[in-house]
Write a protein that binds this ligand. Structure first.
Ligand code: FEO
Ligand code: CA
Ligand code: CA
Ligand code: CA
Length: 641
């Protein structure tokens, strides 16, 4: 499986004859920058070497005609491509026990939902079958279902709220494992499949790593602090080079309410008296943090499970820290240890990386079973001089001592944000996805937006987060010292500042070369080194700002050697585009369309669910549904080429 991982083969990027030309091109482009966009010129490092590196599986090119912005309630792809819906909310997962059909009026029961696709597809990965093969015609798709829109999930929405409705909502969260196959050019979900599985907000999970069994993890229901029910608000994802899936708990705090006094840690992590209206606490008491103050400590982790073994129990890996995990992206250090890059997607939060203690074993996947339990978590500091460094979250080092209120390593990991505060890490503009170049290990990260930057009593700008009232975000990148992902130091610059380059307001003006976009979120390097960018401009921003000219959310591809960006896909109304992976041959791409039909209020009216979108089933069909879409090139070629 090493082909599809940034697994450290061909690491060395030697000086390249074309580097001077590239640098000159970059500098002349920089010379054109004006106003706020000029703040992007932070680094002077020779980035963009990545595309010139050897070691790519193939050389990616922007070989398609870009698609125009769109406000159509449809998925649009370039001429010569086809996009088809594969797996939408409510479609049966193909579990061996039953395949309940989706009911367009949302009358499926909670038990049926547990055997069907959850809501709000997000991060996604393709695992070839069998394990270790390069099979591009049959594999497992594993994906996250981030949250529920209860206005769509139940026939009558929140009316007559009940234990059954809570159970259905919990079953609409978590992950899907589906088996997919290329049946003569048409991809299909195999039903039944012995691999088919749903992980939900109530699936029993093991807690492991330094915080397992610690005092902060113990609750009334689990005196051991070793087991927890479920995972929810699984946003983006990750995977390991030994073929396991990582699902990442993002806005978990919003599911809790508190009938009691909020602790400092509750407040630091966003747990509030009222939550965000999921109403699980009304029938599942652990979601009242006032009654169960430690239950929130058991969420906000990276969870690992083995999709090749449908009986495997998911494991929360506490060594990777607790925060609003967007995703977890691997790279292999020069000495063979595993590095996992992670963003904490909340305004003014941080970028982290985990470096394993042990080298991962390429020949025996079972030997890696607990590799993610031992290692060091670091948080990033981005200096205004274009240099950066990684600071360890290790109890007893620096300010992370008893005198400063930390009791042990478990406490440091549970309160990772507080530890990173103490270390003086750089407060970022909402770190979302991270992509590691498959050959050079140059790292790119989307900072999606932060309209609070520079506001009264909020942190001001710095060179990495250079715009106040940052509506459209930026993409930052860094190169670790010696191109070694485990390095302690790096150099960084901004790859792109998002927003229409023609926008009259400097706070919204970008410096994109090519097709404009806003609020980058999903980010992924294919094996050819093309950088795929997916956008999530919020519905309220799209509604409020008619000048943006960005239309519906979209996916683009960038050639990092030239900086050229080209729009590849536009989505239906009210959606974001998130999740992207191809088969190993690069000829089939899977993406997710999330929350088509989202309104500014974020929850749909069950009496009128199709007011914004009826994708994918159309006006005569049912409610708008998040879905996995398969993209092929009509001539069978590599996607993007
Ligand atoms: Fe769920 Fe940060 O996006
Ligand atoms: Ca995201
Ligand atoms: Ca987002
Ligand atoms: Ca989302």
């Amino acid at each position: 499986m090493s082909h599809s991982y940034s697994d450290g083969q061909a690491l060395n990027v030697s000086p390249n004859p074309t580097f001077k030309q590239i640098l000159e091109a970059r500098l002349s482009r920089r010379g054109l920058l004006k106003g706020a966009a000029a703040l992007a010129v932070a680094g002077t490092l020779p980035l963009s070497l990545a595309g010139c590196a050897t070691g790519l599986r193939r050389e990616g090119r922007l070989g398609f005609n870009s698609v125009p912005v769109s406000t159509a309630d449809a998925v649009r792809v370039p001429e010569g491509y086809a996009a088809n819906v594969l797996y939408a909310w409510g479609d049966p997962v193909g579990h061996p026990s039953a395949s309940p059909a989706f009911k367009p009026d949302a009358s499926n029961t909670a038990d049926e939902q547990a055997l069907q696709a959850g809501m709000h597809h997000d991060g996604i990965h393709y695992f070839p079958l069998p394990y270790g093969s390069d099979n591009s015609g049959n594999g497992l798709l594993v994906m996250n279902h981030e949250y529920s829109d209860d206005g769509l999930l139940h026939t009558d929405g929140f009316a007559n709220w009940s234990a059954d409705k809570v159970r259905k909502a919990q079953n609409a969260h978590g992950c899907s494992v589906i088996e997919v196959r290329d049946n003569g050019g048409q991809w299909e979900v195999l039903r039944p499949s012995r691999y088919a599985r749903r992980v939900t907000a109530t699936t029993p999970m093991k807690i492991s790593g330094p915080a397992a069994g610690s005092v902060g993890m113990k609750t009334a229901a689990d005196a051991s602090g070793m087991t927890v029910l479920g995972t929810f608000n699984n946003c983006a994802h990750g995977y390991t080079p030994w073929g396991t899936y990582l699902t990442c708990e993002e806005n978990w705090d919003t599911y809790f309410i508190s009938s009691g006094t909020l602790t400092a840690d509750h407040r630091r992590n966003g747990v509030s008296a009222k939550g965000r209206g999921y109403r699980w606490n009304e029938f599942d008491e652990r979601f009242d943090a006032g009654k169960h103050p430690n239950e929130p400590n058991r969420h906000g982790w990276v969870v690992e499970f083995d999709p090749y073994n449908p009986q495997s129990q998911p494991v929360k890996r506490t060594a990777l820290g607790r925060f609003s995990h967007e995703g977890a992206w691997p790279a292999t250090a020069s000495d063979g240890r595993l590095v996992v890059y992670m963003g904490d997607d909340r305004v003014f939060e941080y970028i982290y990386k985990f470096v394993s203690r042990d080298v991962w074993n390429r020949s025996d996947r079972n030997a890696n079973r607990n590799l993610l339990d031992h290692g060091t978590l670091y948080v990033a500091k981005f200096g205004d001089d274009g240099k950066g460094g990684w600071m360890p979250l290790v109890y007893g080092q620096g300010p992370l001592t008893r005198e400063n209120g930390f009791s042990d390593q478990a406490d440091v990991l549970i309160r990772a944000r507080a530890a990173a505060d103490a270390l003086g890490a750089t407060k970022m503009d909402r770190p979302e996805w991270i992509a590691v170049h498959p050959a050079s290990h140059e790292v790119y990260c989307t900072l999606t937006n932060n309209s609070q930057r520079g506001a009264k009593d909020r942190p001001g700008t710095d060179r990495a987060n250079a715009r106040g009232n940052n509506v459209f975000g930026q993409i930052i990148r860094w190169r670790e010292m010696g191109n070694d992902p485990a390095a302690q130091n790096f150099q960084w610059d901004l790859f792109a500042i998002a927003g229409d380059p023609q926008h009259p307001d400097p706070a919204r003006r970008g410096n994109i070369k090519g097709d404009a976009f806003g609020s980058p979120d999903g980010l992924w390097f294919d094996d050819g080194g093309l950088l795929w960018i997916q956008t999530d401009v919020s519905t309220s921003t799209l509604n409020k700002n008619h000048y943006e000219r960005l239309g519906n959310n979209m996916m683009l591809a960038a050639d990092i050697r030239t900086g050229e960006v080209s729009r590849f896909l536009t989505g239906p109304n009210g959606c974001e585009i998130t999740g992207v992976i191809t088969t190993p041959d690069g000829k089939t791409m899977f993406i997710n369309i999330q929350h088509p039909g989202e309104t500014a209020s974020e929850r749909n009216d069950p009496k009128n669910p199709k007011v914004v979108s009826s994708w994918p089933d159309g006006p005569a069909g049912g409610r708008p549904r998040s879905a996995t879409v398969v993209i092929r090139k009509n001539n069978g070629g590599v996607i993007g080429s």
